[in-house]
Design a protein around this ligand. Structure first.
Ligand SMILES: CC(C)(COP(=O)(O)OP(=O)(O)OC[C@H]1O[C@@H](n2cnc3c(N)ncnc32)[C@H](O)[C@@H]1OP(=O)(O)O)[C@@H](O)C(=O)NCCC(=O)NCCS
Length: 338
């Protein structure tokens, strides 16, 4: 193609050669909701919930505690662990499906709270894959020159959008926030992302009714509904190949990993993926779901923080992370742990 006949040529975007995660941080709300408490709302048992999901308890935010409040706590921890000032943050990507305002996004409010203005700030809606989408975007932004440091936050207050009396979802979801700071690096710290979508299956996990129906048809509060078995099958059969493709694209094998950090959807899904990936038994696997439940966009950074804090995964080690959920959408990449 010939050059456009403008008066001059444009400066190309100029970023860092490589990017990596500099620090992570998490926030878990104070209130622990046990399986026993969940069983006061649904006909179930602690034994059934543990056996079918691996969940023992989850955290719920206080009624007045917002998505932005939780995001702020996690972001401050991530910034401190990265040694980065809020003023150095050029962009904030906030992944959530439970910020209760259609507009504006939560990210600009978070930027203001942190003192990170005038950072670019926007929300993304990629459900349980939101964090891995955010890491991919941040990697591209740092290398593309649109920001030096990018704050990626996954945060959910799913308790606001869960029907307590729905046997299929009441025991699964929890609240929380996790964050990561992505910035320039001397080495490749974020491998190629393998991601995609299958919108034909959009109804398998979905807000039950659109807001317009709430206005026009006086329907119940539109909590999140889920066809559990369909999601289960999709996750078990379709996500292991995505995780394998992320390994292949990064040029590493399962043996090279120091940690496997899948979305904390269900312990049985995690176990099935381990089997399909033929993950060697000595590689630590995130099992944060037991005490955190499924926190959607927050689950991977929360699990990462726990593994690093408890010494289960080494700083500087290689971790395979994969998020998948409503859409249906997914994203996976191998990262160097901060
Ligand atoms: C939700 C989930 C745990 C349900 O487990 P399941 O084995 O598929 O359960 P089913 O819906 O097939 O129901 C099996 C039986 O348990 C019963 N059951 C369903 N929910 C129950 C509950 N909360 N407590 C006790 N029994 C329950 C059903 O009535 C059924 O009984 P029956 O065999 O007598 O008919 C499972 O489908 C799942 O984890 N799906 C994926 C969810 C997920 O990860 N979502 C997030 C993705 S991001």
């Amino acid at each position: 193609m010939t050059q456009p006949t403008h008066r001059g040529t444009l400066n190309p975007p100029a970023g860092a050669k490589h990017a990596r995660i500099w620090g992570v941080g998490g926030y878990r709300p104070e209130r622990v909701v046990t399986n026993e408490e969940v069983c006061t709302w649904i006909d179930s048992s602690d034994e059934w919930i543990r056996e079918r999901s691996g969940i023992v308890s989850r955290r719920w935010a206080a009624p007045e505690e917002s998505v932005v409040d939780m995001a702020e706590q996690a972001a401050r921890k991530a910034l401190a662990s990265a040694g980065i000032n809020p003023s150095q943050v050029g962009a904030i990507i906030l992944a959530t499906v439970t910020h209760p305002y259609q507009t504006p996004a939560a990210a600009p409010i978070l930027a203001d709270r942190l003192g990170a203005t005038p950072a670019a700030a926007f929300d993304i809606s990629a459900a349980c894959a939101g964090y891995c989408h955010g890491i991919s975007l941040a990697n591209d932004m740092v290398r593309g020159g649109s920001a030096e440091y990018v704050l990626v936050v996954g945060v959910e207050k799913l308790s606001d959008f869960t029907d307590r009396h729905d046997r299929g979802t009441a025991f699964i979801f929890g609240d929380g926030a996790g964050a990561a700071v992505v910035g320039p690096s001397d080495f490749p710290g974020i491998g190629p992302t393998v991601w995609g979508s299958d919108g034909a299956q959009w109804e398998t996990i979905s807000q039950r009714d659109p807001w317009t129906s709430v206005r026009d048809h006086d329907v119940d509060w539109p909590a999140i509904g889920m066809a559990g078995q369909s999601v289960f099958r999709w996750a078990v059969w379709s996500m292991a190949p995505v995780a394998q493709a992320a390994l292949d694209k990064a040029g590493v094998s399962a043996d090279d990993l120091d940690a496997f950090i899948p979305h904390q959807a269900n312990m049985r899904i995690i176990d099935a993926m381990i089997k399909q990936l033929k993950l060697p038994a000595h590689i630590p696997v995130a099992r944060d779901i037991a005490e955190t439940g499924n926190t959607s966009a927050a689950s991977i950074p929360l699990a990462t923080e726990r593994m690093l804090e408890q010494g289960e995964a080494p700083h500087g080690g290689l971790a395979l992370q994969i998020g998948f959920g409503a859409g249906l959408v997914y994203a996976a990449q191998v990262v160097v742990l901060p």
